[in-house]
Design a protein. Structure first.
Ligand code: NAD
Length: 354
């Protein structure tokens, strides 16, 4: 069977790691008909649009995509393509497994944590009020009238939106994933002691959903405490479910626990569509240098193979990547200080192990 899959090379180091990933996926023998589509700064240069309709159309048609990271300049009017893509396709769950492969550069052992991040709301709602603008003055007035609180005139405001429906959906996703993948414990992460209504709603909803899953242990952690516990004793955690922003931060932290961003795969999942991508960004300073680690995108490819029902090929590819890590010979600069190799050599070493 041939699978039609959309491949978005992305910006910065994206095209290099995408090529390396495509090579190893093709080498598994799974029939894939690649449909190349563009998004990000490169798409704007080529096609005049950050997220071209043709790209959305291709993903909607194929239902599965794998993408390289795209660049979002900080603080400019440039809206994040990733946020737009997730919203547009309702990819509400971000799944990021963080697992130690023997030989990976880490201080820990036995870490195997699944991070489930809500992908559509929270401080990523995109509802913002710029300092000094008329609409911000209106908001300040409304806040003063409704709550008696004063927002100072020089403030900018970003709305943290947490809904019961999105919280329920992501927590259910987390429990269903736990059940299907033999995970024993779900930890809901929040700051409900301070944000009593937004995070409070997330926590209350999580507690309610947990009652439907008596076979899986449930607990909650305040996010600052979680950070401390993760770096002290990460082995105590199994699956974390978090609102969007904490999910973003904690998945980078967990990537650090297992050997860095070069080893952190991910998937953005909706009910019908899935877009696989590494946790890391486009690392623009390394663009075109054949330098960065393609394994996070390759491991995202492993997740993709499982998703499309190619479990045997997925296991074979994961084993080949693990063998390259364990040998430690053909790995990139982030995995060893001297004698490292480049992106394309990693692909060749993985193919050799397949
Ligand atoms: P980044 O993840 O691109 O890079 C941070 C640092 O991590 C790099 O300088 C590099 O030292 C290291 N790193 C990242 N990926 C690596 C890899 N594969 N191998 C080895 N080392 C690696 O983060 P940033 O510099 O904050 O962001 C750059 C751009 O990427 C920004 O425009 C940001 O918005 C965007 N971004 C995109 C995505 C995405 O497309 N999913 C995710 C995060 C950030």
């Amino acid at each position: 069977m041939t699978h039609n899959i959309t491949l978005i090379p992305g910006d910065g180091v994206g095209p290099e790691i995408s090529l390396a990933t495509r090579r190893v996926l093709d080498a598994t023998g799974v029939g894939i008909n690649w449909e190349i589509a563009y998004a990000g700064a490169g798409a704007r240069e080529k096609l005049g649009e950050l997220l071209p309709q043709a790209t959305l159309k291709s993903i909607r048609k194929n239902k599965v995509a794998i993408k390289g990271p795209v660049t979002t300049p900080v603080g400019s009017g440039f809206r994040s393509v990733n946020v737009a893509l997730r919203k547009e396709l309702d990819l509400y769950a971000c799944l990021r497994p963080c697992k130690i492969y023997p030989g990976a550069p880490t201080r820990f052992s036995d870490v195997d944590i699944i991070v489930v991040r809500e992908n559509t709301e929270d401080l990523y709602s995109g509802i913002e009020f710029e300092a000094g603008k008329a609409e911000t003055a209106k908001l300040r007035k409304l806040v003063a009238e409704a709550t008696g609180n004063k927002v100072s005139e020089d403030s900018a405001v970003s709305l943290k939106v947490i809904s019961e429906s999105a919280s329920r959906r992501i927590v259910k996703f987390a429990f269903e994933y736990a059940r299907a993948n033999n995970r024993k414990k779900v930890t809901a992460v929040h700051k409900a002691n301070i944000m009593k209504f937004s995070d409070g709603l997330f926590l209350a909803t999580a507690r309610e959903v947990a009652k439907e899953y008596n076979d899986i242990e449930f607990e909650d952690r305040i996010v600052d405490n979680l950070c401390m516990q993760l770096v002290r004793r990460p082995q105590q955690f199994d699956l974390l479910v978090l609102p969007n922003l904490y999910g973003d931060l904690i998945s980078d932290l967990c990537a650090g626990l297992v050997g860095g961003l070069g080893l952190a795969p991910g998937a953005n999942l909706g009910d019908e569509i899935a877009v696989f991508e590494a946790t890391h960004g486009s690392a623009p300073k390394y663009k075109g240098q054949n330098k960065v680690n393609p394994m996070s995108m390759m491991l995202s490819g492993v997740m993709m193979l499982k998703y499309i029902g190619e479990k045997k090929a997925a296991d074979k590819l994961e084993k080949a990547i693990a063998a390259v890590i364990a040998k430690g010979e053909n790995v990139t600069y982030d995995m060893k200080a001297t004698g490292s190799v480049g992106t394309s050599q990693v692909a060749e070493a993985v193919i050799e192990k397949l």
